[in-house]
Design a protein around this ligand. Structure first.
Ligand code: BES
Ligand code: MN
Ligand code: ZN
Length: 512
């Protein structure tokens, strides 16, 4: 992480730049600042009528010569009553955007904000502000060449980079404790973002599997890689069909985090499954060329699962979890699978391929069977950038979420509210399951009525691979895994969507 966060009881003597949060309607107070600075800020707040301390508003002030401080940035937090953890994180994100352009390197944030009606604990507020800043600070620069060091550097590289945020609070150890949990989750988010942002000539099934192993094994996660020989031998005909057109053969990676006490493991592990199509050309049912580069993000579901596993391990979560990701590259070639092919999935069900671009569901089918056969999980949640149709329905904001189990849905809805990753429940229906039955084989891989309810028929297809009594949730993250422009907590491109909501979901319901 390029932004470092520290926690102290008092600001260091050498510090001259400060951030002071302020709620709407409250008067400015900052016990840690000099009298001259406080009266200057108060004066400025009186004169600057358009600054109302609204949520995420910032007022950046240069201090006068008679003050000990150089800069004081007032961070508006809006109505105290309306400030949730998510809102506090967003304010932290906005603060970081301001600090990035400020020319400052480090600041101390004075966290003593007595405000009427504030439900969030001060410690939690501090942790959220810091975490929001961290989430916003993410950068992906792997493919930028380093400046050679010879000759003059371009002006851009001389820019001072903001890099240190100190949170000052009398109970700084408590703020740090609250922050450390969030930090573990954010590191999972960053790993997921890195994976999604990786170029597809760099991240393909074999290399991806190795990256997962290298990252997670040292953290205590068991990692098993199934290669193409193993998968063929097991009869995983669906994932193998998707990858057969590519020179880079498929992999399935199984990750296991055993953090629960023996007894708590009895109900079976929690299972998370992810679609990891490292590049989706559509195959023989080729996609149009424009924007095809974005299909490197078609492994976003798997990245969320891998990121989740990383954060579980980092915070040593007391829970038993298995993660399964299906990795394949969907390419057209003389070896590629074609429309009309009939393949036999690992479950034994045969599938008539009517469109090679509906490949994600084939990959997931074999992963779902594997995780049920081998691990008898307590429930399964899968994540996949599965359909363009979910973007037509819900845009880039909401993840379409299909659930067979009402209790799980209600737990997820709460986790959605607490994490800020938005979920919207979508319907499952026997009708859509029926529409996926083929005249030629057991199933077909696209719906019978062209384009209609595309996300729902995709879910209907997957449901054929869920054994009756296993609670199952399918999250279609095609709209949320990738951001086209910067947002408060999500710089553009890979978002790492899923890690935060599922971390909250696991933490609130299954750890102990
Ligand atoms: N990976 C795509 C879905 C997708 C589209 C993800 C845009 C992110 C952005 C998926 O494999 C796909 O191609 N789905 C088809 C299904 C259709 C052929 C039934 C689609 O949505 O068009
Ligand atoms: Mn596709
Ligand atoms: Zn795809």
């Amino acid at each position: 992480m390029s932004l470092s966060i520290s926690f102290t009881k008092e600001p260091k003597k050498s510090v001259v730049n400060f951030v002071v949060p302020l709620f709407k309607g409250e008067s400015f107070a900052a016990p840690g600042l000099s009298k001259a600075a406080v009266s200057f800020v108060k004066h400025a707040l009186e004169k600057k009528a358009d600054f109302k301390a609204g949520h995420g508003e910032v007022l950046d002030l240069l201090m006068p010569a008679n003050a000990d401080e150089e800069r004081v940035i007032v961070l508006g937090l809006g109505d105290a009553k309306a400030l949730t953890a998510v809102k506090a994180e967003e304010a932290g994100g906005k603060l970081l955007a301001c600090l990035n352009g400020s020319g400052l390197k480090d600041v101390s944030l004075l966290l003593s904000v007595k405000a009427k009606g504030l439900e969030l604990k001060e410690e939690e507020l501090g942790a959220c502000l810091a975490n929001g800043a961290v989430l916003r600070s993410y950068k992906f620069e792997r493919y930028k060449s380093k400046p050679s060091g010879k000759g003059k550097k371009p002006a851009e590289e001389k820019k001072v980079e903001f890099s240190k945020l100190a949170i000052v609070h009398e109970h700084s150890a408590n703020v740090k404790k609250a922050y450390d949990v969030k930090k573990a989750i954010s590191e999972g988010v960053f790993f997921a973002r890195d994976l999604v942002n990786s170029a597809p000539n760099d991240l393909y099934p074999e290399s991806y599997a190795q990256i997962i192993k290298d990252e997670l094994k040292p953290l205590g996660v068991e990692v098993e890689i199934l290669d193409e020989k193993k998968m063929l031998k097991l009869g995983m005909g669906a994932i193998m069909a998707v990858g057969q057109g590519s020179a880079r053969q498929p992999r399935m990676v199984v990750m296991r985090w055993k953090g629960a006490a023996k007894k708590a493991q009895e109900g079976g592990p929690l299972a998370f499954v992810g679609k990891g199509v490292t590049f989706d050309t559509g195959g023989i049912s080729l996609k149009p060329g424009a924007g095809m580069d974005e299909m490197k993000m078609d492994m976003g579901g798997s990245a969320a699962v891998v990121g989740l596993m990383k954060s579980l391990a980092l915070r040593k979560a007391k829970v038993d979890v298995v993660g399964v990701v299906g990795l394949a590259e969907n390419m057209p070639s003389e070896r590629a699978y074609r429309p009309g092919d009939v393949v036999t999935s690992y479950s034994g069900k045969t599938i008539e391929v009517l469109n090679t671009d509906a490949e994600g569901r084939l990959v997931l089918a074999d992963c779902l069977t594997h995780v049920q056969k081998k691990y008898k999980p307590r429930f399964i949640i899968d994540l996949a950038t599965l359909t363009g149709a979910i973007m037509v329905a819900l845009g880039y904001e909401y993840c379409g979420t299909f659930a067979t189990d009402d209790e799980m849905w209600s737990q997820l809805e709460k986790a959605s509210a607490s994490s800020g990753e938005k979920l919207w429940r979508m319907p499952l229906d026997e009708e859509w399951k029926k529409q996926m039955q083929s005249d030629v084989a057991d199933l077909q891989n696209i719906g019978k009525i062209a384009r209609m309810a595309g996300s729902c028929t995709a879910a209907g297809f997957l449901q054929h691979f869920i054994e009756d009594d296993t609670p199952w949730v399918h999250m279609d993250i095609a709209g949320t895994a990738w951001r086209k422009s910067d947002m408060a907590l999500y710089p553009k491109f890979g978002s790492g969507f899923g890690v935060r909501v599922l971390s909250d979901f696991v933490m609130s319901n299954y750890e102990g």
